[in-house]
Design a protein around this ligand. Structure first.
Ligand code: DAH
Length: 347
């Protein structure tokens, strides 16, 4: 019996020593050391467990239970202490680390539209005012749409006007201009009248330089109906160009050739840089070419599903990169697509 009481007393002592030590702990980071000392493998309670083999057989269950109770008591005391210390730490942080809500916030940088998107937006608005609708057509095209339906059959030398990216799939290429969209719109709407613009990316296999990129943006214009005339084309395009470049812009229409229009023309605007006297930007001509245009060729109308005996139409195509370049006097076309914020921020 004396052995039992002695053992119980020892356990009680272990417990009170440990609890007293815990009271002394005042920082969260010291709790672990306490746990190792009082609940770890070489702690006193654990020592009681391992010495149990030497005890009297009858005593063992009793002592086991008592030792377990002490261990559990210490564990819950530790847990409680952890809670108390954590709360104290939080209170302290709240009291000392004050949030200064009067500090100005970090500025949020505002995005803006890319210069090409801005110009495209202006072009779209002008044509929108005139009752044109905006269409999208594929950037990956077939040989037929890019060439054949535009009156350039296979092996026709006019195809050489466009340096083309062909894909590994036979007859599939990256469109070299937005003109194939004309066929898509016509096939979708024949025989209804059409007034549409088709903006989008076009790709040409070209050497990169300050003046050319492999990707650039074009806007195609298409009008089809009964008795559409060249005079209407001239009026529409001049009105458009004056709204885009300013009422006093000087314009001229010059004869040209495209396989998909007959007759064909190009429109020039007086050079913004020299005002017409001649400079390197306009190659000393005083004029800058802004678009190609013409009356839709009968073969193209037919491919689009319109009877050329009844319907006529006009079309135009303009590259917006180069005119944006000239408008803002940008020295290198490659700035548009290399995403340098310092460049883009200026517009
Ligand atoms: N597709 C031509 C090009 O990229 C531009 C063009 C010229 C489009 C005359 C037209 C047009 O619609 O009528 O060079």
């Amino acid at each position: 019996m004396a052995e039992k009481e002695q053992a119980i007393e020892k356990l009680e002592q272990i417990k009170s020593t440990a609890l007293a030590a815990l009271v002394e702990v005042s920082r969260e980071e010291d709790l672990e050391a306490w746990r190792v000392a009082h609940l770890g493998r070489s702690s006193a309670v654990m020592g009681v467990f391992s010495s149990m083999g030497k005890m009297d057989k009858d005593l063992r269950p009793l002592m086991g239970k008592a030792a377990n109770e002490v261990r559990q008591a210490l564990e819950s005391a530790l847990e409680e202490k952890q809670g108390v210390l954590a709360e104290q730490a939080l209170k302290k942080a709240l009291a000392t680390e004050q949030l200064d809500v009067t500090l100005p916030g970090r500025p949020v940088t505002r995005g803006r539209l890319h210069p090409l998107t801005q110009v495209l937006g202006r072009i779209t608005r002008i044509f929108g005012d005139m009752g044109f609708q905006v269409y999208r057509s594929p950037e990956v095209e077939t040989d037929d749409y890019n060439f054949t339906y535009l009156n350039m059959p296979p092996y026709h030398p006019a195809r050489d006007m466009w340096d083309t990216f062909y894909t590994k799939t036979d007859g599939v290429l990256l469109r070299t201009h937005t003109s194939p969209g004309q066929i898509h719109v016509m096939r979708e709407h024949a025989p209804e009248p059409i007034r549409a613009i088709l903006p989008g990316a076009t790709m040409r296999y070209e050497q990169l330089s300050a003046r050319s990129e492999i990707e650039f943006a074009q806007v195609e214009v298409l009008v089809v109906g009964e008795k559409v005339t060249f005079a209407e084309m001239k009026g529409t395009l001049e009105d458009f160009a004056k709204r885009l470049f300013g009422e006093d812009a000087r314009l001229r229409l010059r004869a040209s050739h495209f396989p998909f229009t007959e007759p064909s023309a190009e429109m020039d605007v007086g050079c913004f840089v020299c005002g017409g006297t001649g400079c390197p930007v306009c190659k000393e001509t005083g004029w800058l070419e802004i678009l190609g245009c013409g009356m839709v060729h009968p073969v193209v109308l037919e491919y689009g599903g319109y009877d050329p005996e009844v319907y006529s139409g006009f079309a135009a195509g303009m590259g917006i990169d180069r005119s944006t370049l000239m408008r803002y006097r940008i020295d290198d076309i490659r700035h548009f697509r290399n995403n340098d914020i310092r460049f883009l921020k200026q517009f």
